[in-house]
Write a protein that binds this ligand. Sequence first.
Ligand SMILES: Cc1cc2nc3c(=O)[nH]c(=O)nc-3n(C[C@H](O)[C@H](O)[C@H](O)COP(=O)(O)OP(=O)(O)OC[C@H]3O[C@@H](n4cnc5c(N)ncnc54)[C@H](O)[C@@H]3O)c2cc1C
Length: 413
Amino acid sequence: MQNSYDVAIVGAGPAGLCFARTLSGLGLSTLLIEKQSRTAIENPAIDGRDIALTHFSRKMLDALGMWEYLPPEAISTIREAKVFDGTSPRYMGLSSSETDHLAFIVSNHHIRAAAYAAVKDDANITLMDNVSLEQMELKDYVTELRLSKGQTIHAKLATAADSRFSETRRKAGISASMHDFGKSMIVCQMEHDLSHEGVAHECFHHGHTLAVLPLNGKRSSVIITLAPAEAERMMKISALELNAWVAEQFQYRLGNMRLDSERFAYPLVGVYADRFVAQRFALVGDAAVGMHPVTAHGFNFSLKSAHALCESIRAAMNTGSDIASAAVLARYEREHKQATKPLYLATSGIVRLYTNDSMPAKIARRVLLRAADRMLPIKSMMMAKLTEKESRDRGLSIPTPISVARHLLKVAA
Ligand SMILES: Cc1cc2nc3c(=O)[nH]c(=O)nc-3n(C[C@H](O)[C@H](O)[C@H](O)COP(=O)(O)OP(=O)(O)OC[C@H]3O[C@@H](n4cnc5c(N)ncnc54)[C@H](O)[C@@H]3O)c2cc1C
């Protein structure tokens, strides 16, 4: 077996697979190192995550030859989004009257399967399964990776795509800021009596939050955030009890609701790596930025990281330079930080505020939501983020993400 590659990627999750395929477009040879078996990667287990994808992500998955592997019935769309505070009938709304839809929804296991299908016959990509990284040495001209099965691999660039709790990031000596929100998230799918009309709902109740995202037919993806002990209880109550609780919390907007899948629980921990690069080394996907799912940007950011790093490498290749030079990696780090940090900080601030049930926080929540609904710049930025369409098209000026995040945090503080 070959032991020298242009790029080695640890982790063949959605981020690793997409990054490998992007590199293949540049003609680079890539080794994917994955601890799961090939069978598990080819037929990924359902994990309850329904992923909201932006238009940029849809275009990128299309360009990578992955979108065509998604079963059409597995793709649903969001036409409108409404954010509620408590039981108040007022909401902040975003609608897609000028575009067909705000975003797409596809279950994570479908994305993983489609990503693998596009990669498996790619001559530039080698997948080594049932293996993990034992040691890594980042040298001046090459990286050396020693694997659990005894092989030693050399690559011009090593990358980590092995989740937000990345062991490879630690091996590279990169620290990360982690924020444990002290909450858990339960996800499941439900069917219901009434049509959702393509509307996604985020309801910030007191003590818990409830998001209901439209799937095809009279079905929705339900996401409940609550304290860990309460989440443990909700995982165990009968389906009938859960049905009644969700329908009531959702104020019967969709009539009666019935559980239509397993329930899955996730701890909520946000992670932001302090650096995205080291000598001949870079982080992509959740290993770089592990978002809180409330703003549905984790995988969308994974695709952005793959795109940004490949564009930096492409520029080096065009001038015949080293694909893993300090300059190439610094450009990637700069661009990916610019693309992610404001939303990461804004999301953390918003989550802290909307899971804080003190009286001042309750007042601030209501004021913020009403203000956001009236502030066209904020709405136009959210629309632009989702649709990747400049809102200047509509004669509005787009504020920078930094200015909006600052504004939101100021109101949230
Ligand atoms: C409930 C929930 C809802 C979400 N909703 C959205 C959404 O709506 N929109 C959105 O954009 N994102 C969403 N996300 C985030 C999205 O799921 C992640 O951003 C995405 O899965 C990250 O992919 P990844 O490949 O970086 O990491 P992972 O999916 O964690 O994959 C990591 C891979 O690395 C492998 N690995 C780990 N350690 C090693 C090792 N030491 N050696 C070899 N291999 C290793 C693992 O086996 C795995 O295959 C959601 C997340 C959750 C939890």
